[in-house]
Write a protein that binds this ligand. Structure first.
Ligand code: MG
Length: 358
């Protein structure tokens, strides 16, 4: 009589589910895709998870982080808009993850890795969008880039002081997620770079139309001719182009095995230039941004003038205890949501902030 017939439970094989996923991935993924086994490559060694691959585990750690939850109150384009339908940094992040997963799956790259990088790529974003980065650099005279700060969030500031202990591939992808950074190591990280740009251009034009700043017919004619009309058509055309132009067989190290055709890339560039001229640097957004700049300049100067622990000084919870004061100030200000920054400004300055755009 065998064990099942005898009603004896087979011994539990911890890790069999994860190994089955790893084996399935290994058979199905393209040659250039990232593969992971066991606990993955981490700064501090860990036991593998019984159910999830190392990349799935990283994705879950990011979703459960406090920095991820704060993204819901950080600006995408419009600061604290009145309407509930405008994007925030959180919904931007979710749209990037959706596009990145579509690209990764179509190209048989590692969808879990692409998702983890996408969900983590903006964790270090300052309040008030890119303006926050500019103000930190201008006032403190220190180099600051949100991609580097995102790495600092996952390596140090979450579960401080040891961070989330993510795999090397996810940290590399986050670190190189921005187009003005050097090239990343994996095809999945390239997919996230394209997904980020495809997502923000299209959801920002959608929000700008909602705010009455643009009409669909204002977009450059080349965009309509090449990509169609409306966000859905444009996203489909851009994602399809990445899938068609990429090389499924390219080996690791032959990046970019994930790419866009030259002609569509040029159209996307024209689209992006248009968005900078009319929306990102346009008058409606600029009015709120000058108010936001006042808020951040005040806060940084205030924290420089008041010692930690002193009334109105840098809170004890800011940054990592023992770090230089300037680093703790950068970590504290960069972590703020828009509404937290506005609240701190109003409390410490006794003045109110008037935001006008949408
Ligand atoms: Mg982004």
């Amino acid at each position: 009589m065998d064990a099942v017939a005898a009603g004896v439970k087979a011994p539990h094989d911890a890790g069999s589910h994860r190994r089955a996923t790893e084996e399935r991935d290994d058979m199905w993924l393209a040659p250039g895709a990232a593969r992971v086994q066991g606990a993955g490559i981490r700064t501090r060694p860990e036991a593998p998870d019984p159910l999830r691959t190392a990349f799935q585990r990283d994705r879950d750690r990011i979703i459960h982080s406090t920095a991820f939850r704060r993204l819901k109150h950080k600006t995408q384009v419009f600061i604290a808009p009145d309407g509930d339908h405008y994007r925030t940094r959180l919904t931007h992040t979710l749209e990037v993850a959706q596009v990145a997963r579509t690209i990764a799956r179509a190209l048989r790259r590692n969808e879990d890795l692409a998702e983890a990088i996408a969900l983590g790529h903006d964790l270090g974003h300052t309040p008030f969008g890119h303006l926050g980065e500019d103000v930190l650099r201008d006032v403190l005279g220190v180099p600051f880039h949100h991609a580097e700060q995102s790495v600092r969030v996952v390596e140090v500031l979450e579960r401080r002081p040891h961070g989330l202990n993510l795999t090397a591939e996810v940290r590399d992808g986050i670190s190189h997620s921005s187009w003005n950074r050097s090239l990343p190591a994996t095809h999945e990280a390239f997919a996230v770079r394209y997904a980020d740009r495809i997502a923000y251009l299209n959801h920002d034009v959608d929000d700008a139309i909602r705010a009455g700043l643009l009409r669909e017919s204002d977009l450059p004619s080349a965009v309509g001719r090449a990509l169609g009309s409306g966000s859905s058509a444009r996203i489909t055309a851009l994602v399809s182009d990445v899938v068609e132009a990429s090389d499924v067989t390219s080996a690791p190290g032959l990046c970019p095995g994930v790419r866009m055709s030259r002609s569509v890339f040029d159209v996307m560039d024209e689209f992006r230039t248009f968005m900078f001229e009319t929306v990102y640097l346009g008058p409606a957004v600029a009015a709120d941004m000058s108010a936001a700049r006042r808020v951040l300049e005040f806060l940084i100067t205030h924290y420089l003038d008041h010692d930690a622990g002193e009334a109105g000084g840098l809170p004890e919870a800011a940054g990592v205890v023992g770090d230089p004061r300037e680093q703790r100030l950068v970590d504290h200000v960069a972590s703020m949501t828009d509404r937290f920054a506005i609240g701190a400004y109003e409390r410490l300055s006794g003045r109110t902030v008037d935001l006008t755009s949408v």
